[in-house]
Design a protein around this ligand. Structure first.
Ligand code: NI
Length: 246
């Protein structure tokens, strides 16, 4: 009896070790042991990834509208972190974003670094955009992405929402070549990634469409950041920083 328990414990340990190896290779779901339980490598096909596309610095009427058209065509949801200064005259576009299931968040009012600000200035840079969005859409849950991804303890303390950074950055503002940008993303994307784009460039819209089409072919799902957390069982916490989920 004791012997059986011990061998079962060893088998459980082996199973756990295998599961951990699979998890660290970002390919959960592999549960088949090699025949005889030997330590032979097991080919486990990676399950299709679920990722969040995020777009900063808009809205910009021309490029953002075209992006929304392309996303709608493919029934893909994304997350938009908006700059307050760009909101006037784009209210209809923002209503459309919300109506089509995209998540909308705050990227500051004037795209400045929001570290080192007085609380009053921080409240303007972040709070003013929330007020704009509440006026247009109602509601009050607008998560924060700090400009440049620069954040600190004060930002976390005052954010009053989760702080969303990213895990994949193709630097789409640098060289505006859609092929290069898409290849950069496709070469590294994994399940749970948060991908950074800027919807103010035509090249970024083209690159995002290429990424979506390539990953859809692999069976990937595109969800908002909030949905990604829900799917992965992560509860969003105010002031916590998220780069990828989990
Ligand atoms: Ni930005």
């Amino acid at each position: 009896m004791k012997k059986q328990t011990r061998s079962r414990r060893i088998l459980t340990g082996m199973l756990l070790a295998l599961a951990c190896a699979c998890l660290s290779a970002s390919s959960p779901g592999g549960s088949s042991l090699p025949a005889g339980g030997a330590a032979a490598p097991v080919e486990v096909p990676a399950p299709p990834p679920t990722v969040a596309l995020t777009f900063d610095d808009g809205p910009r009427a021309s490029t953002t509208a075209r992006l929304l058209d392309e996303l709608a065509l493919r029934e893909v949801q994304a997350t938009f972190f908006l700059v307050g200064e760009c909101i006037p005259d784009n209210e209809a576009l923002i209503r459309r974003m919300a109506a089509e299931g995209h998540q909308i968040g705050v990227h500051s009012y004037s795209h400045i670094r929001i570290t080192g600000l007085s609380k009053r200035d921080f409240n303007f840079e972040v709070g003013q955009v929330r007020t704009q969005l509440s006026t247009i859409l109602g509601g009050s849950s607008y998560w924060l992405r700090p400009p440049y991804g620069i954040t600190d303890a004060s930002v976390h303390q005052w954010a009053d929402s989760p702080v969303i950074l990213w895990s994949v950055d193709p630097e789409d503002w640098k060289e505006k070549d859609p092929q290069r940008i898409a290849a950069q993303v496709l070469g590294q994307v994994q399940d749970g990634d948060i991908i950074l784009f800027h919807d103010i460039y035509e090249s970024s819209v083209d690159a995002a469409v290429q990424v979506v089409d390539a990953l859809l072919q692999q069976g990937a799902s595109f969800v908002t950041v909030e949905q990604l957390m829900q799917e992965k069982g992560v509860s969003p916490e105010n002031g916590a920083v998220y780069r990828r989920i989990p």
